[in-house]
Design a protein around this ligand. Sequence first.
Ligand code: AHR
Length: 512
Amino acid sequence: MKKTLCIQTAIILSLMAFPLAGIAQTKVVVHADAPGAKIDKAIYGHFAEHLGHCIYGGIYVGENSDIPNIKGFRTDVVTALKDLSVPLVRWPGGCFADTYHWMDGIGPKSGRPSIINVHWGGVTEDNSFGTHEFLDFCELIGADAYVNLNVGSGTVREAAEWVEYVTSSNESPMTNLRKKNGREKPWNVKYWAVGNETWGCGGNMRPEYYADIYRNYASFMRAPGIYKIASGANVEDYKWTEVMMREATRMMNGLSLHYYTVPFNWGNKGSATDFNESVWFTTLQKTLKMDTLVTKHSAIMDKYDPKKKVGLLVDEWGTWYNVEPGTNPGFLYQQSTMRDALVAGINLNIFNNHADRVRMSNIAQMINVLQSVILTKEKEMVLTPTYYVFKMYKVHQDATMLPVDLKCDKYTLDSQSVDAVNCSASVKEGVLSITLCNLDPNKSQQVSFELPGFNGTKVTGKVVTADKMNAYNDFGKKDEVSLADFKNVKFTNGKIEAVLPSKSVVLIQVRN
Ligand code: AHR
């Protein structure tokens, strides 16, 4: 293992000194002279649903647990999330949101009813994690809250009262109830969604019908400055976006989009850890589809909203595999490998590049569900490769997007090709940051950079890479994938050059 690493390092160093014909050549021009939109930090948002062990066991263990906790929230998880600068958390679902009655989750815990989680495993949960716990958790990790209202089985009144209970500082039955439950001051919750996947688990509606429902709910969500979000399209359902924009643009601040990377199909989604290069290729190729989806949905939005007032919010994305063998199929628990690091890096680059319209995204999900950044097992915690990509990319939060021209080789397998390199760039406080993904699991990429409009000579970097495509971090074992300093980047004779290792996600930062 050590020997392999030494050989790899020697090859990389020699390639840096003497670029060879066999190594792929990439040219990246970052236009600091033509800055784009602000990359809303909410693009780095997360999604936490009452599903499997995301909330119970992942975030919340209760104050009496022997797992170290702060008011019931796992201390290890809180620390890891703070380190990630999580800007935003969406809750309580997902499909769960349209079955959730928020009043079940307030007041003394002993008086809260237990309910059956009908979507996810049919398990009974005791409602010990409700509105106060969610908002306290967000305050603890320094994140904004995004609450998804119940449309499918709820009422306009229930939704309006939830908004009032949380946000109002006036005297009212709802605010008195909040105070009685221990919270004097309102919370500052900006983001509110009207239902989830209303084309599916949220009510199986047609867009024409939902557009009216949305307008009805939105009329009664009365709180100054809140950001109202309509349930948006599933993948390439462009008609959904068309109808929603045609009928409800003036009443919405954001419209969502859901797209998951599923390597095979919904019947057999494939294993999270046991896959070959062909499945690696397909997974990344399907991830790149996000760019087409965002481009086409944005074009429809442009027609009705040329000033781009309404944000396109990709509030569910990530990989979806078969559950880990032996786990509850309704809990959606999966491992996360180097492949997932690439999926995260590519998606986040796409969102950065579309920052003029994409104002939020939420990885599904934060802990123990689908493409998690954290896995927990009893007292233990593991940070996944995806966690390290989020840690690397946090430099883009609230930075200014810089357009990139990219010329690169193709990564080809079985007569199919994709661009071998994917990237995005931004500038903040005089530091220019470029994040690059090398999709090729076998070839390094020699990259030369031009930065018109930016003067900088100090270059540093970070990398997430691994020996194997399916390397992952597991309980009780040394991490196989983590964040390391990246040394294969140099500023010489006025030029920046780097060699990206095969299957890697890399950050390069330039400053004066
Ligand atoms: O993230 C898991 C589920 O996927 C969500 O509950 C739902 O919105 C989507 O179908």
